[in-house]
Ligand binder design. Structure first.
Ligand SMILES: NC(=O)c1ccc[n+]([C@@H]2O[C@H](COP(=O)([O-])OP(=O)(O)OC[C@H]3O[C@@H](n4cnc5c(N)ncnc54)[C@H](O)[C@@H]3O)[C@@H](O)[C@H]2O)c1
Length: 410
Protein backbone atom coordinates (compact mmCIF):
# COMPACT_ATOMS: atom_id res chain seq x y z
CA UNK A 1 0.00 0.00 0.00
CA UNK A 2 1.33 3.39 -0.97
CA UNK A 3 1.17 6.09 1.67
CA UNK A 4 -1.17 8.57 0.02
CA UNK A 5 -1.69 11.93 1.61
CA UNK A 6 -3.98 14.86 1.17
CA UNK A 7 -1.78 17.64 -0.12
CA UNK A 8 -3.80 20.23 1.78
CA UNK A 9 -3.67 18.35 5.03
CA UNK A 10 -2.67 19.88 8.34
CA UNK A 11 0.00 17.20 8.57
CA UNK A 12 1.74 18.54 5.47
CA UNK A 13 1.75 22.04 6.97
CA UNK A 14 3.08 20.74 10.29
CA UNK A 15 5.76 18.82 8.41
CA UNK A 16 6.74 21.91 6.43
CA UNK A 17 7.12 24.03 9.59
CA UNK A 18 9.11 21.28 11.26
CA UNK A 19 11.35 20.97 8.17
CA UNK A 20 11.95 24.76 8.08
CA UNK A 21 12.77 24.90 11.79
CA UNK A 22 15.24 22.04 11.40
CA UNK A 23 16.86 23.41 8.22
CA UNK A 24 17.75 26.59 10.13
CA UNK A 25 19.79 24.44 12.53
CA UNK A 26 21.63 22.51 9.81
CA UNK A 27 23.72 25.39 8.48
CA UNK A 28 26.58 23.36 7.05
CA UNK A 29 24.31 21.06 5.04
CA UNK A 30 22.68 24.18 3.58
CA UNK A 31 26.08 25.58 2.68
CA UNK A 32 26.95 22.44 0.70
CA UNK A 33 23.55 22.66 -1.00
CA UNK A 34 24.06 26.34 -1.91
CA UNK A 35 27.60 25.72 -3.16
CA UNK A 36 26.38 23.07 -5.62
CA UNK A 37 22.96 24.47 -6.46
CA UNK A 38 23.80 26.06 -9.79
CA UNK A 39 25.55 23.01 -11.27
CA UNK A 40 22.87 20.51 -10.17
CA UNK A 41 25.48 17.71 -9.98
CA UNK A 42 22.92 15.02 -9.15
CA UNK A 43 20.82 15.62 -12.28
CA UNK A 44 19.97 12.33 -13.94
CA UNK A 45 20.62 10.27 -10.79
CA UNK A 46 17.86 8.25 -9.16
CA UNK A 47 18.53 7.95 -5.46
CA UNK A 48 16.87 5.40 -3.16
CA UNK A 49 16.80 6.32 0.52
CA UNK A 50 16.14 4.02 3.46
CA UNK A 51 16.54 6.34 6.46
CA UNK A 52 14.57 7.23 9.57
CA UNK A 53 11.85 9.54 8.22
CA UNK A 54 12.59 12.48 10.49
CA UNK A 55 12.74 16.26 10.11
CA UNK A 56 16.54 16.06 9.70
CA UNK A 57 16.23 13.45 6.94
CA UNK A 58 13.80 15.82 5.21
CA UNK A 59 16.57 18.44 5.05
CA UNK A 60 18.92 15.93 3.40
CA UNK A 61 16.23 14.71 0.99
CA UNK A 62 15.29 18.27 -0.05
CA UNK A 63 18.98 19.13 -0.55
CA UNK A 64 19.44 16.09 -2.83
CA UNK A 65 16.34 17.10 -4.73
CA UNK A 66 17.60 20.68 -5.09
CA UNK A 67 20.87 19.35 -6.52
CA UNK A 68 18.91 17.55 -9.25
CA UNK A 69 18.52 14.07 -7.73
CA UNK A 70 15.27 12.16 -8.09
CA UNK A 71 14.38 10.41 -4.83
CA UNK A 72 12.20 7.59 -3.60
CA UNK A 73 12.30 6.85 0.08
CA UNK A 74 11.27 4.31 2.71
CA UNK A 75 11.92 4.11 6.43
CA UNK A 76 14.79 2.34 8.19
CA UNK A 77 12.42 1.44 11.03
CA UNK A 78 8.61 1.03 11.18
CA UNK A 79 8.30 3.06 14.39
CA UNK A 80 10.71 5.93 13.71
CA UNK A 81 8.57 7.66 11.07
CA UNK A 82 7.32 11.20 11.61
CA UNK A 83 4.09 11.12 9.57
CA UNK A 84 3.95 14.88 9.09
CA UNK A 85 7.42 14.72 7.49
CA UNK A 86 6.32 11.85 5.20
CA UNK A 87 3.30 13.97 4.20
CA UNK A 88 5.45 17.05 3.58
CA UNK A 89 8.03 15.16 1.50
CA UNK A 90 5.34 13.48 -0.62
CA UNK A 91 3.78 16.87 -1.29
CA UNK A 92 7.21 18.06 -2.47
CA UNK A 93 7.38 15.28 -5.07
CA UNK A 94 9.53 12.90 -3.00
CA UNK A 95 7.63 9.61 -2.95
CA UNK A 96 7.80 8.44 0.65
CA UNK A 97 6.68 4.90 1.32
CA UNK A 98 6.30 5.11 5.07
CA UNK A 99 3.71 5.46 7.79
CA UNK A 100 4.34 5.30 11.51
CA UNK A 101 3.59 1.84 12.88
CA UNK A 102 3.67 0.16 9.46
CA UNK A 103 3.60 -3.64 9.73
CA UNK A 104 6.68 -5.75 9.09
CA UNK A 105 5.08 -6.81 5.80
CA UNK A 106 4.50 -3.19 4.76
CA UNK A 107 8.05 -2.30 5.79
CA UNK A 108 9.40 -5.02 3.46
CA UNK A 109 7.00 -3.99 0.69
CA UNK A 110 8.17 -0.38 0.88
CA UNK A 111 11.80 -1.48 0.58
CA UNK A 112 10.81 -3.34 -2.59
CA UNK A 113 8.98 -0.23 -3.83
CA UNK A 114 12.24 1.73 -3.58
CA UNK A 115 14.09 -1.00 -5.51
CA UNK A 116 11.38 -1.03 -8.23
CA UNK A 117 12.28 2.61 -8.86
CA UNK A 118 15.70 1.26 -10.03
CA UNK A 119 17.93 3.62 -8.05
CA UNK A 120 21.44 4.46 -9.27
CA UNK A 121 22.59 5.29 -5.74
CA UNK A 122 21.36 3.87 -2.42
CA UNK A 123 21.60 5.63 0.94
CA UNK A 124 20.83 3.27 3.79
CA UNK A 125 20.75 3.16 7.59
CA UNK A 126 21.16 -0.41 8.82
CA UNK A 127 21.92 -2.15 5.54
CA UNK A 128 18.39 -3.48 4.80
CA UNK A 129 18.06 -1.72 1.45
CA UNK A 130 21.58 -2.66 0.34
CA UNK A 131 21.07 -6.29 1.32
CA UNK A 132 17.65 -6.43 -0.38
CA UNK A 133 19.22 -4.94 -3.53
CA UNK A 134 21.82 -7.73 -3.45
CA UNK A 135 19.17 -10.44 -2.87
CA UNK A 136 17.05 -9.04 -5.73
CA UNK A 137 20.12 -8.91 -7.96
CA UNK A 138 19.20 -5.28 -8.70
CA UNK A 139 21.17 -3.95 -11.64
CA UNK A 140 22.50 -0.52 -12.48
CA UNK A 141 23.42 0.59 -8.95
CA UNK A 142 26.63 2.61 -9.22
CA UNK A 143 27.24 3.00 -5.51
CA UNK A 144 25.84 3.56 -2.08
CA UNK A 145 26.37 4.95 1.38
CA UNK A 146 25.74 3.46 4.81
CA UNK A 147 24.87 5.49 7.87
CA UNK A 148 25.27 3.28 10.94
CA UNK A 149 27.66 0.92 12.75
CA UNK A 150 25.41 -2.15 12.45
CA UNK A 151 24.85 -1.51 8.72
CA UNK A 152 28.58 -1.15 8.03
CA UNK A 153 29.18 -4.38 9.94
CA UNK A 154 26.65 -6.30 7.82
CA UNK A 155 28.06 -4.90 4.58
CA UNK A 156 31.61 -5.77 5.63
CA UNK A 157 30.42 -9.39 5.92
CA UNK A 158 29.20 -9.22 2.31
CA UNK A 159 32.51 -7.68 1.26
CA UNK A 160 34.51 -10.41 3.04
CA UNK A 161 32.56 -13.06 1.12
CA UNK A 162 33.32 -11.12 -2.11
CA UNK A 163 29.57 -10.68 -2.66
CA UNK A 164 29.47 -6.89 -2.69
CA UNK A 165 28.17 -5.66 -6.06
CA UNK A 166 28.93 -1.94 -5.92
CA UNK A 167 31.13 0.49 -3.96
CA UNK A 168 29.72 1.67 -0.64
CA UNK A 169 30.94 4.62 1.39
CA UNK A 170 30.83 3.85 5.12
CA UNK A 171 29.58 7.23 6.28
CA UNK A 172 29.49 5.95 9.87
CA UNK A 173 33.29 5.63 9.80
CA UNK A 174 33.84 9.35 9.24
CA UNK A 175 35.12 10.92 12.44
CA UNK A 176 32.71 13.81 11.98
CA UNK A 177 29.93 11.22 11.99
CA UNK A 178 30.41 8.69 14.78
CA UNK A 179 32.29 10.94 17.26
CA UNK A 180 29.33 13.30 17.32
CA UNK A 181 26.19 11.56 16.03
CA UNK A 182 26.64 8.23 17.82
CA UNK A 183 27.91 9.87 21.01
CA UNK A 184 26.24 13.26 21.50
CA UNK A 185 23.22 12.69 19.25
CA UNK A 186 22.25 9.26 20.56
CA UNK A 187 23.34 10.18 24.09
CA UNK A 188 20.96 13.12 24.38
CA UNK A 189 18.08 11.67 22.37
CA UNK A 190 18.14 8.30 24.16
CA UNK A 191 17.71 9.97 27.54
CA UNK A 192 15.11 12.26 25.93
CA UNK A 193 13.20 9.18 24.69
CA UNK A 194 13.29 7.55 28.13
CA UNK A 195 12.21 10.74 29.91
CA UNK A 196 9.44 11.56 27.40
CA UNK A 197 7.95 8.07 27.54
CA UNK A 198 8.30 7.41 31.29
CA UNK A 199 8.07 10.95 32.65
CA UNK A 200 10.33 9.78 35.49
CA UNK A 201 13.19 11.43 37.36
CA UNK A 202 16.62 10.15 36.38
CA UNK A 203 18.44 11.55 39.44
CA UNK A 204 19.22 8.81 41.91
CA UNK A 205 18.25 5.96 39.56
CA UNK A 206 20.49 2.93 39.08
CA UNK A 207 21.02 3.15 35.32
CA UNK A 208 22.76 0.26 33.55
CA UNK A 209 24.29 0.97 30.13
CA UNK A 210 25.27 -2.14 28.16
CA UNK A 211 28.15 -1.36 25.79
CA UNK A 212 30.68 1.47 26.05
CA UNK A 213 31.23 2.14 22.36
CA UNK A 214 30.35 5.51 20.86
CA UNK A 215 26.65 5.22 21.62
CA UNK A 216 27.20 3.80 25.10
CA UNK A 217 29.68 6.58 25.99
CA UNK A 218 27.14 9.24 25.01
CA UNK A 219 24.25 7.60 26.85
CA UNK A 220 26.34 7.00 29.98
CA UNK A 221 27.57 10.60 30.07
CA UNK A 222 24.07 12.04 29.68
CA UNK A 223 22.56 9.59 32.20
CA UNK A 224 25.22 10.65 34.71
CA UNK A 225 24.60 14.32 33.90
CA UNK A 226 20.96 13.82 34.88
CA UNK A 227 22.04 12.49 38.27
CA UNK A 228 21.81 8.76 37.52
CA UNK A 229 24.14 6.29 39.22
CA UNK A 230 25.52 4.69 36.07
CA UNK A 231 26.97 1.19 35.71
CA UNK A 232 28.55 -0.03 32.48
CA UNK A 233 28.67 -3.61 31.22
CA UNK A 234 31.15 -4.52 28.46
CA UNK A 235 32.76 -7.48 26.71
CA UNK A 236 35.80 -5.54 25.45
CA UNK A 237 38.51 -5.19 28.16
CA UNK A 238 39.84 -1.92 26.71
CA UNK A 239 36.40 -0.27 26.65
CA UNK A 240 35.75 -1.58 30.16
CA UNK A 241 39.00 -0.03 31.40
CA UNK A 242 38.14 3.22 29.66
CA UNK A 243 34.72 3.28 31.33
CA UNK A 244 36.39 2.60 34.67
CA UNK A 245 38.79 5.54 34.26
CA UNK A 246 35.90 7.71 33.07
CA UNK A 247 34.55 7.14 36.57
CA UNK A 248 31.75 4.64 35.94
CA UNK A 249 30.96 1.45 37.86
CA UNK A 250 31.76 -1.67 35.80
CA UNK A 251 30.33 -5.07 36.46
CA UNK A 252 28.85 -8.12 34.78
CA UNK A 253 25.25 -7.67 33.75
CA UNK A 254 24.16 -10.67 35.79
CA UNK A 255 25.48 -9.02 38.94
CA UNK A 256 23.64 -5.73 38.47
CA UNK A 257 20.47 -7.32 37.02
CA UNK A 258 18.64 -7.46 40.36
CA UNK A 259 19.35 -3.86 41.41
CA UNK A 260 19.16 -1.83 38.17
CA UNK A 261 16.20 0.54 37.75
CA UNK A 262 16.73 1.28 34.03
CA UNK A 263 18.67 -0.87 31.53
CA UNK A 264 19.77 0.61 28.19
CA UNK A 265 21.39 -1.57 25.51
CA UNK A 266 23.89 0.14 23.17
CA UNK A 267 25.86 -2.74 21.63
CA UNK A 268 24.66 -3.74 18.14
CA UNK A 269 24.66 -7.32 19.50
CA UNK A 270 21.83 -9.79 19.95
CA UNK A 271 20.37 -11.12 23.24
CA UNK A 272 22.43 -8.81 25.41
CA UNK A 273 19.64 -8.74 27.98
CA UNK A 274 18.66 -12.40 28.01
CA UNK A 275 16.43 -14.72 30.04
CA UNK A 276 18.96 -15.17 32.86
CA UNK A 277 19.17 -11.40 33.38
CA UNK A 278 15.44 -10.80 33.06
CA UNK A 279 14.72 -13.51 35.64
CA UNK A 280 16.79 -11.59 38.22
CA UNK A 281 15.29 -8.14 37.55
CA UNK A 282 13.26 -6.48 40.24
CA UNK A 283 9.63 -5.45 40.05
CA UNK A 284 9.28 -2.20 38.09
CA UNK A 285 12.58 -2.41 36.16
CA UNK A 286 12.58 -0.51 32.86
CA UNK A 287 14.24 -1.81 29.67
CA UNK A 288 15.21 0.28 26.63
CA UNK A 289 17.38 -0.19 23.57
CA UNK A 290 19.44 2.37 21.63
CA UNK A 291 21.14 -0.10 19.26
CA UNK A 292 20.03 -0.20 15.64
CA UNK A 293 18.07 -3.47 15.67
CA UNK A 294 15.41 -4.70 18.07
CA UNK A 295 17.44 -7.79 18.97
CA UNK A 296 19.39 -6.57 22.00
CA UNK A 297 16.65 -7.31 24.56
CA UNK A 298 15.11 -10.79 24.44
CA UNK A 299 11.56 -9.60 23.83
CA UNK A 300 10.48 -13.13 22.84
CA UNK A 301 11.36 -14.32 26.32
CA UNK A 302 9.40 -11.44 27.88
CA UNK A 303 6.39 -12.49 25.79
CA UNK A 304 6.83 -16.20 26.48
CA UNK A 305 6.80 -15.65 30.24
CA UNK A 306 4.75 -12.47 30.53
CA UNK A 307 2.23 -13.11 27.73
CA UNK A 308 0.81 -10.23 25.75
CA UNK A 309 1.89 -7.00 27.43
CA UNK A 310 -0.40 -4.15 28.45
CA UNK A 311 0.42 -0.70 27.07
CA UNK A 312 0.44 1.40 30.25
CA UNK A 313 1.61 4.62 28.57
CA UNK A 314 2.34 5.37 24.91
CA UNK A 315 5.32 3.21 23.93
CA UNK A 316 5.57 1.53 27.34
CA UNK A 317 4.53 -2.13 27.53
CA UNK A 318 4.12 -3.80 30.90
CA UNK A 319 4.91 -7.52 31.09
CA UNK A 320 3.43 -9.37 34.06
CA UNK A 321 6.00 -12.01 34.94
CA UNK A 322 5.77 -15.02 37.23
CA UNK A 323 5.23 -14.10 40.88
CA UNK A 324 3.58 -10.80 39.93
CA UNK A 325 6.78 -9.01 38.91
CA UNK A 326 6.21 -6.19 36.40
CA UNK A 327 8.80 -5.29 33.77
CA UNK A 328 8.40 -2.28 31.50
CA UNK A 329 9.71 -2.32 27.94
CA UNK A 330 10.01 1.01 26.13
CA UNK A 331 9.37 1.29 22.37
CA UNK A 332 9.06 -2.49 21.95
CA UNK A 333 12.84 -2.76 22.21
CA UNK A 334 13.36 -0.61 19.11
CA UNK A 335 15.56 2.50 18.94
CA UNK A 336 14.21 4.40 21.95
CA UNK A 337 15.57 7.77 20.81
CA UNK A 338 13.67 7.66 17.52
CA UNK A 339 10.48 6.01 18.74
CA UNK A 340 10.13 7.74 22.11
CA UNK A 341 11.61 11.09 21.02
CA UNK A 342 12.52 12.89 17.79
CA UNK A 343 15.87 11.14 17.22
CA UNK A 344 19.12 13.06 16.94
CA UNK A 345 19.06 16.84 17.16
CA UNK A 346 19.55 18.71 13.87
CA UNK A 347 22.94 20.20 14.78
CA UNK A 348 24.47 16.74 14.97
CA UNK A 349 22.62 15.39 11.93
CA UNK A 350 24.03 18.34 9.97
CA UNK A 351 27.43 16.68 10.40
CA UNK A 352 26.24 13.18 9.52
CA UNK A 353 24.17 14.24 6.54
CA UNK A 354 26.86 16.59 5.22
CA UNK A 355 29.03 13.48 5.09
CA UNK A 356 26.19 11.67 3.31
CA UNK A 357 25.67 14.42 0.74
CA UNK A 358 29.39 14.89 0.06
CA UNK A 359 29.80 11.10 -0.20
CA UNK A 360 27.04 10.90 -2.82
CA UNK A 361 28.66 13.72 -4.78
CA UNK A 362 31.97 11.83 -4.49
CA UNK A 363 30.30 8.62 -5.80
CA UNK A 364 28.65 10.45 -8.67
CA UNK A 365 32.06 11.82 -9.76
CA UNK A 366 34.20 8.72 -9.13
CA UNK A 367 32.04 5.61 -9.46
CA UNK A 368 33.71 4.53 -12.69
CA UNK A 369 37.07 4.11 -10.98
CA UNK A 370 35.80 2.64 -7.70
CA UNK A 371 35.69 -1.10 -7.00
CA UNK A 372 32.94 -3.10 -5.29
CA UNK A 373 34.38 -2.43 -1.85
CA UNK A 374 33.58 -0.58 1.36
CA UNK A 375 35.29 2.82 1.28
CA UNK A 376 35.87 5.14 4.19
CA UNK A 377 34.69 8.70 3.71
CA UNK A 378 37.66 10.47 2.09
CA UNK A 379 39.73 12.39 4.68
CA UNK A 380 39.18 15.66 2.77
CA UNK A 381 35.42 15.30 3.22
CA UNK A 382 35.79 14.67 6.96
CA UNK A 383 37.99 17.77 7.29
CA UNK A 384 35.68 19.85 5.10
CA UNK A 385 32.75 18.96 7.36
CA UNK A 386 34.73 19.76 10.54
CA UNK A 387 36.03 23.09 9.20
CA UNK A 388 32.63 24.04 7.93
CA UNK A 389 31.05 23.20 11.31
CA UNK A 390 33.65 25.29 13.16
CA UNK A 391 33.04 28.12 10.69
CA UNK A 392 29.29 27.97 11.33
CA UNK A 393 30.02 28.20 15.07
CA UNK A 394 32.41 31.12 14.38
CA UNK A 395 35.20 29.20 16.11
CA UNK A 396 38.75 29.87 14.90
CA UNK A 397 41.60 27.44 15.53
CA UNK A 398 45.37 27.79 15.23
CA UNK A 399 47.41 26.48 12.29
CA UNK A 400 50.75 24.71 12.43
CA UNK A 401 53.59 27.08 11.60
CA UNK A 402 56.19 26.06 8.98
CA UNK A 403 58.68 25.42 11.79
CA UNK A 404 56.18 23.16 13.58
CA UNK A 405 55.37 21.26 10.37
CA UNK A 406 59.03 20.57 9.67
CA UNK A 407 59.66 19.68 13.35
CA UNK A 408 56.97 16.97 13.20
CA UNK A 409 58.27 15.76 9.83
CA UNK A 410 61.93 15.67 10.86
N1 LIG B 1 19.81 4.87 18.11
C1 LIG B 1 20.50 5.55 17.22
O1 LIG B 1 20.08 6.60 16.73
C2 LIG B 1 21.86 5.06 16.84
C3 LIG B 1 22.85 5.96 16.36
C4 LIG B 1 24.12 5.46 16.04
C5 LIG B 1 24.36 4.10 16.16
N2 LIG B 1 23.37 3.25 16.59
C6 LIG B 1 23.56 1.81 16.75
O2 LIG B 1 24.00 1.58 18.10
C7 LIG B 1 24.75 0.37 18.15
C8 LIG B 1 26.12 0.67 18.79
O3 LIG B 1 26.82 1.57 17.95
P1 LIG B 1 28.27 2.12 18.34
O4 LIG B 1 28.65 3.06 17.27
O5 LIG B 1 28.30 2.54 19.76
O6 LIG B 1 29.11 0.77 18.18
P2 LIG B 1 30.54 0.42 18.85
O7 LIG B 1 31.05 -0.72 18.08
O8 LIG B 1 31.35 1.67 18.97
O9 LIG B 1 30.16 -0.01 20.34
C9 LIG B 1 29.48 -1.18 20.68
C10 LIG B 1 30.05 -1.65 22.03
O10 LIG B 1 29.23 -2.69 22.56
C11 LIG B 1 30.09 -3.64 23.18
N3 LIG B 1 29.40 -4.92 23.29
C12 LIG B 1 29.17 -5.84 22.33
N4 LIG B 1 28.49 -6.88 22.84
C13 LIG B 1 28.27 -6.60 24.14
C14 LIG B 1 27.60 -7.30 25.21
N5 LIG B 1 27.03 -8.49 25.03
N6 LIG B 1 27.58 -6.71 26.42
C15 LIG B 1 28.15 -5.50 26.63
N7 LIG B 1 28.80 -4.80 25.66
C16 LIG B 1 28.84 -5.36 24.45
C17 LIG B 1 31.31 -3.68 22.26
O11 LIG B 1 32.44 -4.24 22.92
C18 LIG B 1 31.47 -2.21 21.91
O12 LIG B 1 32.32 -1.55 22.83
C19 LIG B 1 24.80 -0.13 16.71
O13 LIG B 1 23.75 -1.01 16.50
C20 LIG B 1 24.59 1.14 15.90
O14 LIG B 1 24.16 0.88 14.59
C21 LIG B 1 22.15 3.71 16.95
Amino acid sequence: MYYKINKNSRRKEEGKLSYEWTRNHMTILNKIRMKNLAKKPLSGYKIGLCLHVTKETAVLAMAIKDLGGQIVMCSANPLSIQDNIAAFLTSEGIDTFAKRGETQEEYRKYIQAVLKFKPDIIIDDGGELHISAHKNRSRGIIGGAEETTSGVYRLKMLESKKQLKYPIVAVNNALTKHLFDNRYGTGQSTMDGIIRTTGLLMAGKQIVVCGYGWVGKGVAARARGLGGNVTITEVDPIKALEANMDGFNITQLIDIASTGDIFITCTGQTQVIAEKHIKRMKDGAILANAGHFDVEIDVNYLISEGGNPKEVRPYIDCFYMEGGKRLFLIAKGRVVNLVGADGHPPEVMALSFSNQLLSILFLSRNHQTLESKIYDVPKEIDLEVANSALGALKIKIDKLTNIQRSYIGS
